[in-house]
Design a protein around this ligand. Structure first.
Ligand code: GLY
Length: 417
């Protein structure tokens, strides 16, 4: 089975390649590229987005959890701050995007329950709870019985859990469709080709060369290519972003309408045999189950083993789901950086910016990424929430040059993990 084949891009304004340089070219048409292009165009910039298939990418696979609190990890406090910032922006972002596009994006303030199936899981969850409390986050410990009262489809073996009422969800496919329409309405021009090379003229980036041999010239170039950001030619070697693909396989099932209440009313997740499993129920009856986490390079094959593991672990958590129709399997690539946090902002090559490396949080970080990249492109100033995430934090000291538009004192930051 494949992801939906319906193209979300029919009817978008296309550009043939002729014309004067754009103010900005955004390379990559996933959620991060789309939101960046939308925000730039809203600021009055002539903006071109380059992607052979805009609206594709990891968000077509992602479950859309907005899980700043339940996906907290030791050593990632800076990322937590950005995640919380973006989560807080989601309600206004949703209202603005739905207004701009005329499309609903499936934002659901439904909360999350992280459940423990055995004593080891319970100990791990207790540690997560303690970390959340130290970080001042809102979460509540529940007994197994309290978990089942909240979600009656949970297995009798659930021994306890964490109720996190602030971790919500959005439908990433609807988000993509809405962003495409918002870009179109804001005047973004689409080039349906693959970028192969960053163009450098003198000492600055001046756009990209495409696989058809033509170029897009622009005053500012943003690489929002996810894992592919590391494959573009023409980058000074020290500026190649250290972003690698981490494969995730995901299933989609269909929940029945029920007179006795929803199959699941909130996102339910657990760690089973060391692997993370989550079940994300949508208002439209879709149940998304994810995800494997595999270091397999560029491979996006859906495997029998991946599907088996997801169903086995999900079944342990919610036994009744094996009765549900399985409607889709798919796999995508998370763009992971060495510290699991994104690379946001200018590089040492004038005119070249990065918005990549969002790893597990691309959908969550869409609002704040759009805001900071839009501000950077329009004013030359990088907003404060992005300071810890400048691309230069991974540069060797000997190769570091002053960053245009970055905050004063933009020394290499210590990696947080
Ligand atoms: N944030 C969920 C995942 O990456 O699987």
């Amino acid at each position: 089975m494949q992801p939906s084949s319906t193209s979300p891009t029919a009817g978008l304004r296309q550009d043939s390649g002729a014309g004067s340089p754009a103010d900005a070219v955004v390379v990559g048409g996933g959620v991060i590229g789309l939101v960046t292009a939308w925000r730039a165009a809203q600021r009055g910039m002539s903006t071109t987005l380059v992607d052979p298939e805009p609206g594709g990418g990891a968000a077509r696979v992602a479950a859309g959890m907005l899980a700043a609190v339940t996906e907290l990890h030791y050593g990632e406090e800076a990322l937590l701050g950005l995640n919380l910032e973006s989560a807080a922006r989601y309600p206004d972002f949703t209202a603005e995007l739905e207004e701009a596009s005329g499309q609903e994006i499936g934002y659901r303030a439904c909360g999350t329950l992280a459940a423990a199936l055995d004593a080891d899981d319970r100990a791990d969850l207790r540690e997560l709870h303690a970390l959340q409390q130290r970080c001042g986050l809102d979460s509540q410990w529940l007994t197994g019985r309290e978990c089942r009262r909240l979600e009656p489809m949970l297995a009798p073996s659930v021994r306890g859990g964490l109720r996190v009422d602030g971790d919500h969800q959005v439908d990433p496919r609807r988000l993509v469709t809405a962003l495409l329409l918002a870009c179109e309405r804001a005047g973004v021009t689409f080039r349906r080709s693959a970028a192969v090379r960053v163009t450098v003229t003198g000492d600055r980036a001046t756009g990209v060369t495409l696989d058809d041999g033509t170029s897009v010239e622009a005053g500012q170039t943003v690489l929002a290519l996810g894992s592919y950001a590391s494959r573009l030619e023409g980058m000074p070697p020290e500026l190649v972003p250290p972003v690698r693909p981490v494969k995730g396989q995901v299933l989609r099932l269909r929940m029945p309408p029920s007179a006795y209440g929803p199959f699941l009313s909130r996102t339910v997740r657990a760690v089973v045999r060391g692997g993370h499993i989550y079940l994300v129920p949508r208002a439209n009856g879709e149940l998304v189950i994810g995800a494997t986490s595999e270091e397999m390079g560029w491979d996006t094959t859906v495997t029998a083993g991946g599907v088996y593991e997801l169903l086995r672990d999900a079944h342990e958590l919610v036994p009744g789901l094996t009765e549900l129709p399985l409607t889709e399997t798919c796999a995508g690539l998370r763009p992971a950086s060495p510290d699991n946090a994104p690379l946001l902002g200018p590089t040492a090559l004038p005119g070249l910016h990065l918005a990549t490396g969002h790893y597990r949080n691309g959908v969550l970080l869409t609002p704040v990424t759009g805001d900071v990249m839009g501000e950077l492109l329009a004013t030359g100033e990088l907003p404060e929430p992005a300071f810890p995430f400048i691309p230069g934090r991974f540069a060797q000291p000997s190769t570091q040059r002053p960053l245009p538009g970055s905050p004063a004192g933009s020394e290499p930051q210590e990696q947080s993990a």
